[in-house]
Every structure is written in structure tokens, then in C-alpha cells.
Design a protein around this ligand. Structure first.
Ligand SMILES: [Zn+2]
Length: 206
């Protein structure tokens, strides 16, 4: 039993067990459309297809936000924002756990990221940007630009998994994550250890 008021956050090992069990994380020999080779493959929506798993992940991430005084003091008048479709279940789960007032999500439209809700300046509460996985950080960076253009302050940012090659803070706020993953990419087959061993390769999407 934990002390009253103390809410435990699962360890990154426990989160990786959930991701492995749901096949959202796999080990092997993978080739991405850009030609890079890796030994790991994250397909986060596979973890979010189970409601119970989705809930555990989102509640865990929400606890990292709730302990922040700047966030807790502004609840419930905050927005949870997803940069893309993969972050939508995370946004809904975090919203639910924090009882935040608004949810927004962006989509690619004519090659540009835009909010699906076509919001205007002043409509967005101070916001937390969440995603399922942060690989390069580009999606988050573009979303920060969108939010800033609408004049809303960014008070939090996070994902279930963050690659350590991505930024660890953005717009002056630290990026929270449940797993920090040190992913190695090989630019070509020549540089890839699994290719040298002749391991069969699997072509995957991002
Ligand atoms: Zn390879």
C-alpha cells in the first residue's frame, strides 16, 4: 500500500513489458522506408488497441504532469494537444486523468500540420502537448509553432516513449516520458550488424 496522496508511476521496465506484451515493441532486423536499419520497432497503436493498456499508459503519463505545480494550479482550464493521430488516444487518456477541459489534435493537410478543429486565436487554454512516441521531435516542434501562432502558452509536453536522440525539452518545458529509449539507426545495410550476420530483414513503416 502506498501512502495517501502518493501515486506511483510504473518503472520504464514495467512500461517496456507492456509494450512488448502488446507487440507495440519488437526486436529484430527492421528496414524503414528511408533505408535506415534498426534492431527495434515501435508501433505504439498496438498498445493502444487494448483499452486497459491505453488507460495504464495515459494515467502514468498524466501523473508526471500532475506533480508540476504550474500545471496542477491551472487545472481544469488546460488543453491537451496531440500533434498527429497516434497521440489522440494518449491525449484523451491524459485529459481524462487530469480532468482537463479541452482536447485538440493536428493532422497533415496539404503537407502542413494544422489543427483539425480550425481554432482561432484565444480559444486554446494553456496546453500540454502529448504524443505516443517522440522519435525526432519534429512533430512536436511543428505543433509548438502552431500553438504559439494561436497565442496559447505551453505548460507541458510528453510521450509514452522518447528516443534519447530527440530534444529533452521544448518551448522551455522539459519533455516527460515513461521510457527513454536509446535507439540506434544504421544508415545503410553496410553499416548494419544484422545485415552482416545475414539476418532476414523486415520492411516496416514509421
Ligand atoms: Zn540491416
Amino acid at each position: 500500500m502506498s501512502a495517501p496522496g502518493v501515486q506511483l508511476i510504473p518503472s520504464s521496465e514495467e512500461i517496456m513489458k507492456i509494450l512488448t506484451r502488446t507487440a507495440a515493441f519488437r526486436e529484430g532486423h527492421f528496414v524503414y522506408p528511408n533505408g535506415k536499419h534498426t534492431a527495434h520497432y515501435f508501433q505504439m497503436p498496438l498498445a493502444f488497441r487494448y483499452y486497459d493498456t491505453a488507460r495504464v499508459l495515459a494515467v502514468a503519463l498524466s501523473r508526471k504532469f500532475r506533480v508540476e505545480r504550474d500545471i496542477a494550479s491551472q487545472l481544469p482550464k488546460i488543453s491537451i494537444i496531440s500533434p498527429a493521430s497516434g497521440g489522440i488516444p494518449v491525449a484523451f487518456g491524459v485529459r481524462d486523468a487530469l480532468n482537463a477541459e479541452q482536447i485538440y489534435w493536428a493532422e497533415q493537410e496539404n503537407g502542413k500540420r494544422a489543427f483539425r478543429q480550425y481554432v482561432n486565436q484565444g480559444e486554446i487554454n494553456p496546453c500540454i502537448i502529448v504524443d505516443d512516441i517522440i522519435r525526432s521531435g519534429h512533430a512536436i516542434e511543428e505543433t509548438v509553432e502552431l500553438v504559439r501562432a494561436l497565442g496559447a502558452p505551453i505548460i507541458g509536453c510528453g510521450a509514452i516513449v522518447r528516443f534519447t536522440s530527440a530534444p529533452d525539452s521544448i518551448a522551455g518545458v522539459p519533455i516527460k516520458s515513461l521510457v527513454e529509449f536509446d535507439e540506434k539507426y544504421y544508415d545503410s545495410a553496410d553499416a548494419c550488424g544484422d545485415c552482416k550476420k545475414g539476418a532476414p530483414e523486415e520492411h516496416v513503416r514509421f
